[in-house]
Design a protein around this ligand. Structure first.
Ligand SMILES: N[C@@H](CCC(=O)N[C@@H](CS)C(=O)NCC(=O)O)C(=O)O
Length: 241
């Protein structure tokens, strides 16, 4: 039995839903409403102390960190394989997944505060409510980051820095895709799955500099191939209950 705790629009949850759809595995859905801060509920924090989605429970065993989860899923449901068998390409896959999580995701988070209007969630809250939100953050790192953003926002310099880091990752993808259809060679892999949900976000949030396919044509073609996959469409069509 596999249970997935997830959010509908959460990019990290989508990684897991794509992988499960690739494997054609049945799973039980436990939907968390992030806007209502279900992820900070003490009962959920017992299974994911970071207070984020996704988390899976497989035969009673708990796992979080979406890139770790999708690799675990590829281990326990080997068909179709989503990791290259060639050791060098498999190492490249891990480098991509690390870059996607620690460079791309981290900096998109900064960009989204402004461009996606994340700050608006907190507008209209009084001091007490804001303090309660800060106190409820699952980790000290998240609490300090939110405190800083609420006090100072994101400066133009920080925004430009974050946008440049995101652009660097996209340029690297464009370079890599000159040589092959997918990020790690001839076959679709966990690296493609890990990054794909961000592209849907770039499109839906109308971020033209990140979806300028004339500037990055190979990436544009990769994106069309990726979003045409049935697993991708299934994962993205999940509707909140
Ligand atoms: N590195 C984590 C990141 C998880 C993460 O940041 N999840 C977001 C949704 S994509 C979340 O739960 N945000 C709610 C919050 O931070 O309060 C993973 O890959 O699972």
């Amino acid at each position: 039995m596999l249970t997935l705790y997830h959010g509908d629009t959460s990019t990290c949850s989508k990684r897991v839903r794509i992988t499960l759809a690739e494997k054609d595995v049945e799973w039980e859905s436990k939907y968390l409403d992030l806007a209502k801060r279900d992820n900070l509920d003490p009962v959920y924090l017992e299974i994911n102390p970071n207070g984020v989605v996704p988390t899976i429970v497989h035969d009673g065993k708990i796992l979080y960190e979406s890139n770790v989860i999708i690799e675990y899923l590829d281990e326990i449901y080997p068909e179709p394989p989503l990791r290259p068998s060639n050791p060098y390409l498999r190492a490249q896959m891990h480098i991509w997944m690390d870059r996607i999580e620690h460079v791309l995701h981290r900096n998109i988070n900064t960009v989204s505060w402004i461009k996606q209007g994340r700050y608006k969630r907190f507008e209209g809250m009084g001091d007490e409510e804001l303090q309660a939100v800060l106190d409820s953050q699952a980790t000290e790192e998240k609490r300090l980051l939110l405190k800083k953003r609420l006090a100072q926002g994101v400066s133009q310099e920080e925004l430009e820095f974050a946008e440049a880091r995101v652009a660097e990752v996209l340029d690297k993808m464009e370079d890599t895709l000159q040589e092959s259809d997918w990020l790690c060679g001839a076959n679709f892999s966990l690296a493609d799955i890990s990054v794909a949900p961000f592209f849907e976000r770039f499109e839906s949030n109308k971020m033209p500099s990140l979806t300028d396919w004339e500037k990055r044509p190979k990436l544009g073609a990769w994106w069309v191939r990726t979003k045409s996959k049935p697993s991708f469409q299934k994962a993205f069509s999940f509707k909140r209950p």
